[in-house]
Design a protein around this ligand. Structure first.
Ligand code: ADP
Ligand code: MG
Ligand code: ZN
Length: 507
């Protein structure tokens, strides 16, 4: 079915007087700031005036503002649309690549599509179908286990689709996976950070790749002078007190892992000859100088002069895979699967955000507290990274961790007659989620089991538990395979859909 907009796009005709009146009425409900933004948007992209009524602002990020708008269809129906206004400083290639992801991969399998695109000068507005959606934090603790299973299944469907096209999303998180609970509709949005795999079917992602890396290295240049090492070591001390992780410099660049990395780099630079950034990185590094700041908390001039490793580092720290956090130059679709695992961890534990780190090393230390420090170090070796951690923290049992954080379920069922399980609380090791961030705490609804009626506490109806008392082992097996520290063995979207956890669902 073809959708025709009425009236047609025409800059010469001013909008009808009644339109203005209606706009005025609706605007009175908006805050002064939003009103101004909407007026500004009509001003910079005047074509919009004749087609859309912009109702409100629904999203505001660093790189875009998103508005809800309506359009009058010829049939008389009002269609709801989402208008994404990209910041005018966005790189044209970046914008084109985002659009191409939506047009080529979007429109099915829970991947957001695109309807129109408007441009005037450097202002671009992407028009998408509007999907009303929930706030993840608002619904997190009211979701049934079955809803969580459906949510994850639909997320993997979307990821399978984009990965099939060679798109690495790189920013998979709840605010980029829209969920309409009532309609059971889902949509993966926001290809603003997407990159292509070496064999991507999105032509513009091939070009956008090198642009990004150059932009990235400029944007993070301050941080990179310290962080941007060929190798780095993590010193995880007293994480439970101040979440601080220190960086220690390598004395020289002659250890096995750094050699492996140099070899890797050569492979990369030959594979992607058009990649200016990679070529830059592969040349002129003072790799054999001996420094004297190893194991100290200062950075010597030798280390400061070392070249910066160029690796994509976009996304949100708490959702970044270990290979992203350690700046592994080759990043694959597996990074999206890690992020999906972090979402799943939130859903199973009822904590969001699960990891709240403002920088990559803190995020890595937080991963260690759940997946184990030895395990993390071992996995990092496989992708040529040397990570040092002075404190050994054991890997945690995922079921025990999630049930403890959720504060419900099988543990309360089992507790009768059984000795209390040696849970994570007994351990001296730090637990990232033991101390949820203040905003999580504040919004945490009443636990399902926290009935205050004295002995009634144990008489919880199965219906109230929403299936959380019977989480099957398959759930934690899938979670374990998503949070595989090694990207080479991490489960793919296609494999996840076929996992026994979804045995009765059609992929
Ligand atoms: P940004 O790059 O600024 O994060 P997004 O594309 O992620 O931009 O959009 C920001 C927010 O706008 C989303 O988190 C979502 O709440 C809302 N949004 C984006 N696209 C749509 C859409 N098609 N329908 C409904 N809401 C949307
Ligand atoms: Mg977003
Ligand atoms: Zn040094």
């Amino acid at each position: 079915m073809e959708v025709v907009l009425n009236p047609p796009c025409d800059e010469q005709h001013p909008p009808q007087a009644e339109d203005f009146q209606e706009k005025q009425e609706q605007n009175s409900k908006l805050s002064a700031g939003v009103k101004k933004d909407i007026e500004k948007l009509y001003e910079v992209v005047p074509q919009l005036l004749n087609v859309f009524k912009i109702k409100e602002k629904i999203g505001e990020g660093t790189f875009s503002s998103v508005y809800l708008a309506t359009a009058q269809l010829k049939t008389g129906y009002e269609e709801k649309l989402a208008l994404k206004h990209l910041i005018p400083t966005s790189h044209p290639l970046r914008i084109a690549a985002e659009l191409q992801c939506l047009t080529v991969a979007g429109g099915q399998d829970n991947v957001m599509g695109v309807k129109y695109c408007f441009r005037k000068n450097d202002h671009v507005v992407i028009v998408m179908p509007y999907l009303e959606h929930e706030s993840f934090l608002d619904i997190l603790n009211s979701l049934s286990f079955e809803e969580v299973r459906e949510y994850m299944f639909n997320l993997f469907k979307a990821l399978r689709r984009i990965h099939h096209f060679g798109i690495v999303h790189r920013d998979v998180k709840p605010s980029n996976f829209l969920y309409n609970r009532r309609l059971k509709e889902y949509a993966l949005v926001d290809f603003g950070l997407a990159q292509g795999t070496p064999d991507t079917k999105i032509e513009l992602l091939k070009a956008a790749h090198s642009e990004d890396q150059e932009e990235d290295s400029v944007q993070h240049s301050v941080q990179r002078s310290v962080f941007g090492e060929r190798n780095f070591n993590v010193y995880s001390s007293a994480y439970q007190e101040n979440s601080s992780t220190k960086l220690i410099k390598q004395p020289k660049m002659t250890d096995v892992s750094s050699r492996r990395l140099v070899t890797k780099k050569k492979i990369i630079s030959t594979k992607t000859m058009s990649n200016g950034a990679a070529r830059k990185a592969a040349s002129g590094c003072p790799s054999n100088l001996i420094c004297d700041c190893y194991a100290t908390d200062r950075v010597c001039s030798v280390c400061l002069s070392r070249c910066q490793q160029v690796a994509p580092r976009a996304g949100t720290p708490g959702f970044r895979a270990p290979e992203v956090l350690t700046k592994c130059p080759t990043q694959t679709t597996a990074i999206d699967m890690w992020s999906a695992g972090i979402i799943f961890l939130s859903l199973l534990s009822g904590r969001y955000p699960f990891y709240k780190a403002s920088d990559d090393l803190t995020a890595l230390a937080q991963i260690m507290t759940v997946r184990g420090s030895r395990e993390t170090i071992q996995a990092a070796k496989t992708f040529g990274k040397s990570v040092l951690c002075t404190q050994v923290v054991p890997a945690q049992n995922l079921r025990t961790l999630c049930e403890k954080l959720r504060g419900t379920n099988s543990s309360c069922k089992r507790s009768q007659g059984e000795a209390p399980s040696k849970a994570v609380s007994d351990s001296a090791s730090p637990v990232a989620a033991d101390k949820p961030c203040p905003e999580t705490l504040g919004k945490q609804p009443q636990h399902l089991t926290s009935s205050q009626e004295g002995d009634g506490a144990l008489e919880i109806k199965a219906a109230d538990l929403k299936g959380w008392d019977q989480v099957p082992d398959e759930a934690y097996d899938l979670l374990d395979k998503l949070l595989d520290l090694n990207p080479a063995t991490r489960i793919t979207a296609q494999e996840a859909l076929l996992h026994p956890f979804f045995k009765d669902m059609r992929p």
